[in-house]
Design a protein around this ligand. Structure first.
Ligand code: ATP
Ligand code: MG
Length: 401
């Protein structure tokens, strides 16, 4: 099943007053100088996929406060068409005050924004919105998947699995809660050794959820790694270039006599018990999904340590395309690819290979600040738009012909 965005409306969103845009299937290229709002545009679209901004910490940041005189609310609306099904998705941010909240202040209680979501004019919750627009976003921040800390990689895989498995999100929330409780108990035990027996209750609870999380992560990372490796080799001219993702679990998982795993929860429970003394001493739960990592290996070496920025960029692009393919296999709908500033730091050959690859996807929206680096022959046959001062114009196909 194919899904694509037909029409996008932005009102008072970041540096836009109003923007209306029809987006055809295939590749849409949006060029514009720095600060014209390219990333803002893709952020707005992706918000519809995950029901929140991928980059703003506070929703107040999404409001164009300069326009407050005429501002009643902020709106992002998208018409999507998946074969014969049309859906109108709408996300409104109602501003409760007429002043920008001091975002640096410690007061998080007095949010001045209320989020309102509708699908075909029927009120929905953020969770109900997720899944209606299937999209995958690449931005320069994603290079942190390789260069950043383990928490960035854990968050990435958790968000991906949560999009396809609602039980995973619940397990993760319960797990995090149990870890907090177990850590609080460890602090108490350090001074009151009599309470050590209470650890059993938390260990049992924790291992159930941890087992599920570890098993899911193992599965998804392994599937994603296989697809990403195929795509990465298609984007490389070198023979035998490879990309692998390996789940590094802090819980030792041993195999039984039949070469099988008895159960991830059993393994976690065993490992937790072995760690009692150390955990009490450090007053933290030292093993489990909250401490795990994903190793990214490019040509069999640690990408974070040994790869160039260009190599990492094309690797992350391969990973995002793999994510899109993985989601389409599971959901049966092909996601919209949103690729922000994907061409910088890449050589001409790589840029060409990437354009060839993205042509295989149903809809792909690409931005660039440097139109000169786009392979000329790819400009034919795609929609080419220019963003300037919050307004968009059509460059080709020529609107006059
Ligand atoms: P680059 O090529 O540098 O990546 P870009 O076209 O992606 O640039 P964006 O990051 O989308 O640019 O837009 C940044 C612009 O949006 C800045 O000029 C910034 O001032 C403006 N902006 C961001 N948030 C708001 C807001 N809440 N209200 C008004 N303007 C905003
Ligand atoms: Mg940008």
């Amino acid at each position: 099943m194919k899904i694509h965005i037909e029409h996008l409306t932005l009102r008072n969103f970041r540096n836009y007053s109003t923007l209306e845009l029809d987006l055809p299937i295939g590749i849409v290229l949006i060029e514009g100088s720095n600060g014209q709002g390219k990333s803002n545009l893709l952020e707005a679209i992706y918000m519809m996929a995950i029901a929140k901004s991928p980059r703003a910490k506070h929703e107040d940041e999404l409001v164009n406060w300069d326009l407050f005189e005429e501002l009643s609310h902020v709106q992002v609306a998208i018409d999507i068409n998946s074969e014969n099904i049309f859906e109108h998705l709408q996300l409104d941010l109602q501003c409760r005050t007429n002043t920008r909240k001091n975002l640096d202040s410690q007061d998080s209680s007095a949010s001045s924004i209320k989020k309102n979501i509708k699908i075909n004019d029927v009120q929905k919750s953020p969770t109900q919105l997720v899944g209606h627009l299937n999209a995958v976003l690449f931005t320069a921040d994603d290079l942190d998947l390789v260069f950043g800390s383990p928490s960035v990689r854990r968050k990435y895989i958790d968000v991906l699995i949560a999009r396809i498995d609602s039980q995973y999100l619940t397990s993760l929330q319960k797990y995090q809660n149990i870890v907090r409780n177990r850590n609080a108990l460890l602090k108490t035990i350090k001074f009151d050794k009599d309470r050590v027996a209470e650890l059993d209750f938390w260990d049992n609870n924790l291992s159930t959820y941890a087992g599920y999380i570890i098993q899911k992560r193992q599965e998804v990372i392994s599937d994603l790694s296989t697809i990403a490796n195929t795509i990465y080799s298609e984007l490389s001219i070198e023979e035998d270039s490879s990309l692998f993702l390996n789940y590094r679990c802090t819980v030792p998982i041993s195999l039984n006599d039949d070469n099988q795993i008895d159960g991830y929860d059993i393994e976690v429970l065993k490992a937790l018990k072995n760690k009692h003394e150390a955990d009490i001493f450090q007053t933290v739960t030292s093993i489990g999904p909250h401490r795990d990592d994903i190793h990214v290996l490019l040509n069999n070496v640690d990408a974070g340590k040994y790869s160039s920025r260009g190599q990492v960029r094309s690797m992350i692009l391969a990973l995002k395309m793999a994510e899109a393919m993985y989601l389409s296999q599971i959901r049966g709908t092909s996601p919209v690819l949103l690729l922000d500033d994907m061409l910088s730091e890449l050589d001409g050959i790589k840029r060409r290979l990437i354009f060839e690859k993205i042509s295989e996807y149903t809809q792909c929206i690409v931005t660039t600040a440097e139109i000169e680096i786009v392979p000329k022959d790819f400009l034919q046959g795609i929609q080419h738009l220019r963003l300037e001062s919050g307004a968009i114009s059509l460059i080709s196909p020529d609107p006059k012909t």
